[in-house]
Each structure stands twice: as structure tokens, then as C-alpha cells.
Design a protein. Structure first.
Lengths: 252, 252
DNA sequence: AATGGGTGTTGCATATGTTGCAACGAACTT
DNA sequence: AAGTTCGTTGCAACATATGCAACACCCATT
């Protein structure tokens, strides 16, 4: 809606791919060098862009700080955190919390496994949306037309032989998840890693977040992991209740 | 330099403090509501701002993704990571990697402690600059006038009785660190937590990053932690060598 | 040494894009 | 049903961002 701001913001994803000099930025933006310079300067003043010694620009430090503050202000995260830690204490595995936002699912909290073999993931990292247990839970709660539209739009990378292969399979899986109220990812993302997850609901019953427990085969088999399901579901329900409680007196 | 972009970007730190509605944003920005609306819309299109159900705006998901991509593109981090993990394997404690940028020191990587008692920190979080071992290392490498200017500008919160109290003490500490080539934080941030750190240098000898090992008193005493110093310094030197190697053929 | 291409940078006139206004609509209170 | 409050839209006036051309600078080449 605002051309100038639009151009300035387009620089960010561009720099996310790697550092670039003024000429490159101007070219890829389709504007004159002097224009690009002024936009970059403004971004720089706000700390979103950093100028390294070789004069090239890259993303700046304030971005981290902003993302940091943002995540700490999420209500669900705050409420859920202690419960996630408690769950980790009991089972020892990696625990994740994720939300859905604008076509993306992303982790907003994580408690690391106590076992030496850990799975790779990071807060803020977009989730493998077609296979992750938390993604299935969050998408399963959308309306049927929404689910169809998104399922069609997605890519279906075959991380492993057990990855969700296409929209039809994904929609079917979402229906199952919706029905049973929990989800799994059995080697669909990484051959040797299994997850089980459960939804966290707001006062109106809608899914506001999803949590999961992940563990590699070498630590526990899929069957053993599934025995934790009741515990995971109870934890999710506890968080749901607490979250509903605090948000019931809906502030305006 | 660009008024429109400047205004738009000023919205981000504003929303970092918590969600706000259109009126609040317009007021705190000092512009008309319609103007604020258009800026917010542009930010929204780029995913930097999210509109929650109650119509209020808060920071959006893409911020995380951007910060994520940015951190993964840092050369030092990539080179250092495996060494940090190896160090953690050997000693079990929390390992941090930090850089200095525009008056701030921030963590860009972290390997969690294997012990149940962990210290709180998060990648992207600005470091307690007056006490942290990594901060001392990074600042100690600046020129003398730079150090003086920064030391004067900083706040000196007394986290504990052993926190650095004022600019003079800080400058003195930096001189020591600069001389000896390593740094400590013995209960200066959290009474019960000690850290030891070492610098990572580029080909020209300048400090490009700093790493540290942190452990709470309940796990190891400060003396025991100090026995790890040679190991930490060796690791930092290994990383320095590898980093210098890759950046020697200075790209233009 | 001097020249040439490659950067990033500045001042300026033009016109493009942004602004505030006022009026509308929707949702919620009284 | 009238009265708030909030978000939204179209429009005309103005301020602001734009591209240009010229400059400054650094490095490599001759």
C-alpha cells in the first residue's frame, strides 16, 4: 500500500539470502542507486541492516532483539512454558510449542532433550508443514475450505519415504487428526525421529497452539513414545484450561 | 532519511512492547490514523506485523524467519558451531558464541548444558554488556577512545554485589582482559553463575567473536571451572585459525 | 604517475506518492 | 434506537521520494 515502505521492506528478504552491495540491492529492487542508498540508510538507522567492513549490507542485530521481544510477549508461550519444562522433566525428550500464522507454522518455544542425541530445530524456524505433528494439529482446526486451499498450495517434499506425498493424503491425515484430537509424525521428516503432539485450545475451543514430544529411534521406539500420549494430552489440556481462564474475561 | 520508511519502522519497537490497536499506533507515531493504517498494512503484507482476532496488531512471524536466516548466514557461527558442540561434549556446560554490533553484544549461538540446572539465555538476546565475559572480550578489542566513549555511555546495573559498578572499573577490567587474552564473569550477572571466555580472531588479529563456558556454582566451583580455561582457549584458537583460513582470500 | 573503470555519495528539479481531512460504515453501549 | 468508538475509503493539496548527472573515492591497469 505504501510504495516506499514496500520497497524498503523488500530489501530484508533479499539480504536474508546473504550480504549484498548497493548496486545489487538497487538492481534487484528495480530502483536507482541513490534511492536504494536512502532506503538502506533508513533501515540502518533502525538497526535492521548492518554494514560490514567491506561496505556490503547484511541483516542487523535489532532484528534478533525484535523477534526476541515479540516471542516473549505471546500469552500462550508464557502460560505453557512451565508445563513444557515439567513434561521434559518427566520424559526427558525434546518438547516443542508451535503456532500457526499466515500460512506458516513455527516453533515459539522448545525445551531441549536431556539425551545426548538431539534433533535439530530452532525457535522461529518454520516447521516442515506437511509432516510435523504440530503442523497437522494446527491446520486440522481450520475450516474445510481453508484446509483445501492450503493443501493445494503447499509443496510436498519427500524428506523420507514416509513423508506426506500429496494434497489428498494430507487432507486425509488432517481429517484423522481432527477426529482423534492428537497427531503423530513417525519418521516423516527425519527417518529416525518420531513425534507425538496434542492441541492447545482457547476458551472457544479453537486450536491456538500445538505441542509435541520428539525422540529419536535410538532412544525410544515409536511404540514406547506412544505410551506417553496420555501424558502429553493431559499437559495440553492443562495448558488449555489455564489459557482459557486468563483469556475468558475478554479484554477490549 | 526517508520519512515514510522511518515512521513505518518506528512501529516495530512500539509493537515489541505489546499489541496495540490502530489508534494507539497513530497516536504514538504522531500521525493521522489513516496514515498509520497504510503503514501497518504494508508491514502486514510483508509479514512483519500480524493482526490478531481482536484487530490489534503485534509483531509477525516473518521477523523470526528473517532473524533465523540472518544468523545462519554468519560465517563465524557456521565455522564455530561444530567446535562448540565438541566442547560441550567434553565439559557438559553451556557454551555461548557472541558478536559485537553497533553498541550491542548478542549471542548468536548456544549449546545447552547437559546438567539439569541451566542458565537462562537465548540466541538474539542482548547480553549484559558490563559483566558478561564475552562482552568484555569483544569490547576489549576496540581502540582506546572507542572503549572510553562506550564505557561512559553504558548503564551499570548492579545485578549482584560483584557486578561492574562504573565506567572506571569497566575500563580497568577491559585492560586486564585485553592483556591476558581471556575473560571471566564470576557471579557478576547471577550470583551463582560463573563464566570463562576466550576471543575468536580473524586473519588480521581483530576479535570477530567471543565464546564462553558457563556453569552454576551448584555444579562446579569457580576454581574447577577455571581448570577448563586451557581447553576453552584452545578451542577459540582452533576456530580462529579455521576462520582466518577461509577469509584470507579476501573477496571483493 | 596517470588513466580508467568500479564503487558509493550528494544537490537538485520534477512529479509522484503520501498525507490529513471529512465522511462513511460497522460493532458495541447506553 | 440513538450515541460511542473504532476501522476504513476517496480525494485534493502538499510534501516527499525519485532519478538524474556530477562528484569523490579506491583500486587495478597502462
Amino acid at each position: 500500500m505504501s510504495q516506499t515502505v514496500d520497497r524498503a521492506l523488500s530489501i530484508l528478504p533479499l539480504l536474508a539470502q546473504g550480504p549484498a552491495d548497493l548496486g545489487q540491492v538497487a538492481e534487484r529492487l528495480g530502483v536507482h542507486k541513490s534511492t536504494a542508498l536512502r532506503l538502506l540508510r533508513t533501515l540502518h538507522e533502525h538497526g535492521l541492516v548492518y554494514r560490514q567492513e567491506d561496505q556490503r549490507y547484511r541483516l542487523g542485530a535489532r532484528l534478533f532483539a525484535l523477534a526476541q521481544e515479540a516471542v516473549e510477549n505471546l500469552d500462550v508461550r508464557e502460560i505453557a512454558h512451565s508445563h513444557l519444562v515439567a513434561l521434559n522433566d518427566r520424559c526427558g525428550h525434546t518438547v516443542h510449542l508451535a503456532v500457526y500464522e499466515e500460512q506458516e507454522v513455527l516453533y515459539i518455544d522448545k525445551v531441549e532433550s536431556r539425551y545426548p542425541v538431539r534433533m535439530y530445530s530452532r525457535i522461529g524456524k518454520p516447521v516442515a508443514i506437511t509432516v510435523a505433528a504440530v503442523a497437522k494439529l494446527l491446520l486440522a482446526d481450520l475450516t474445510e475450505p481453508e484446509r483445501r486451499v492450503i493443501a493445494e498450495k503447499l509443496d510436498y517434499p519427500m524428506y523420507t519415504s514416509r513423508s506426506t506425498p500429496n494434497p489428498a493424503a494430507f487432507l486425509k491425515e488432517l481429517a484423522v487428526v481432527r477426529e482423534q484430537g492428537w497427531a503423530t509424525d513417525l519418521g516423516g521428516h527425519e527417518e529416525s525421529i518420531n513425534c507425538i503432539g496434542a492441541p492447545i485450545r482457547g476458551a472457544d475451543g479453537r486450536v491456538v497452539a500445538a505441542m509435541s514430544v520428539s525422540a529419536p529411534n535410538v532412544v525410544v521406539t515409536a511404540e514406547e513414545l506412544l505410551t506417553l500420549l496420555p501424558l502429553v494430552r493431559r499437559t495440553a489440556e492443562t495448558i488449555s484450561r489455564e489459557y482459557s481462564g486468563t483469556t475468558q474475561p475478554k479484554k477490549v
